[in-house]
Design a binder for this molecule. Structure first.
Ligand SMILES: [Mg+2]
Length: 358
């Protein structure tokens, strides 16, 4: 299974549902696609670098993929442990590029064995999990229109971005709970919130009261990472709601979060951690510590969403999915990977990641 070539290229992919973040309108995303070619197979991967999350620019990601091509050419895929080490050494500073190559290597390795990647990584879970779909920061009317559409499409788990304005957040949250109960039946829709570190501790206490009242199951990253230690003083029923996102980027952060355990849930993203291999190391720590995992994403190709899903379904610590990142891409170069049915994500029973070029 000798690697003949590694190829990566960049494409700007339009979004069918543009959104705003910090006053900026996002109409397209810059994605990288990767293929690792052996004599018999092609491994597929994709990167979605984010300068604001990991400091990785598109240029740095592209450069790293070129380095990977040089380093991996002529190597044998069956020595996948050695190849992971090469990625850690040469692509450690560019986690999205590393993620794309990491998943492509696993894809081509598993294809060579004729098995789905999930079966190499763990005992595959039988029941598919519902993914949340995100309602962005917008007017109550627009948020409710989006939520109603998602509920009609069969989604039963909604994530709403909050943290700009406490009163407006609570108003949208109350309206969302009422709409969800009315459309799908009382308590049938799980609601999560992402604070994107927009809260202080006092606001978080009030948010937790509202969350319990409105049946919110998860509060993602309410405070900045620097304030994590303060969370340890909160009552148990509040901490039970909290999930780390921005506080958990590198593996060493996971080790830090085991001290005092400010969060009971960790949100893992392949693009933050550097691919399925480092993400699975973090997942193992979470499982050992009795923490629950949610697998999240950026705006991403189905190729990398599929890789996250394989990792998620292989980990006994997985409780939640937030893998909605490919739903709004206008023109994804990759297809397959999973099937979306009534808001649940099903893996395909195909070798590798089950992804193909369109
Ligand atoms: Mg988040």
């Amino acid at each position: 299974m000798k690697i003949e070539s590694v190829r990566g290229w960049n494409e700007s992919v339009g979004l069918t549902r543009p959104y705003s973040i910090a006053g900026r309108r996002i109409e397209a995303v810059s994605l990288f696609y990767v293929e690792v070619v052996t004599e018999d197979d092609v491994g597929i991967g994709s990167a979605s670098p984010s300068e604001s999350v990991t400091g990785e620019s598109a240029a740095a990601c592209g450069d790293a993929l070129a380095v990977a091509a040089d380093v991996l050419r002529g190597e044998d895929v069956t020595r996948i442990g050695r190849l992971q080490q090469l990625l850690e050494t040469h692509l450690g500073e560019t986690p999205a590029a590393r993620a794309a190559i990491d998943m492509a290597l696993w894809d081509v390795f598993a294809k060579g064995l004729g098995v789905p990647v999930v079966d190499l990584w763990g005992a595959r879970r039988d029941e598919p999990i519902a993914t949340s779909i995100t309602v962005g920061i917008q007017s109550v009317e627009q948020a409710m229109a989006d939520a109603e559409e998602y509920l009609q499409r069969g989604f039963r788990c909604l994530k709403i971005k909050i943290g700009d304005d406490f009163a407006a957040d609570m108003e949208r949250l109350g309206a969302l709970r009422a709409l969800a109960d009315e459309t799908a039946g009382e308590g049938q829709v799980a609601i999560r919130v992402d604070g994107n570190h927009g809260f202080d501790l006092e606001e978080l206490r009030r948010l937790a009261d509202g969350a319990h009242r409105l049946g919110v199951e998860l509060v993602e990253q309410p405070v900045p990472p620097a304030a994590d230690d303060e969370l340890c003083a909160l009552p148990d029923d509040t901490r039970a709601l909290l999930a780390a996102d921005e506080s958990l980027v590198e593996e060493r952060h996971a080790v830090g979060l085991l001290r005092g355990m400010p969060y009971r849930h960790w949100n893992l993203k392949l693009m933050k951690h550097g691919g399925p291999t480092p993400a699975r190391a973090i997942a193992h720590l979470a499982h050992t510590a009795g923490l629950g995992l949610m697998w999240g994403c950026m705006d991403e190709s189905v190729a990398s969403i599929a890789a996250a899903l394989h990792a998620a379904y292989a980990s006994p610590a997985t409780e939640r999915l937030d893998l909605d990142g490919s739903f709004d891409l206008a023109d994804d170069r990759a297809v397959g990977g999973f099937r979306l049915e009534n808001g649940r994500l099903h893996l395909l029973d195909e070798p590798g990641l089950g992804v193909a070029w369109a």
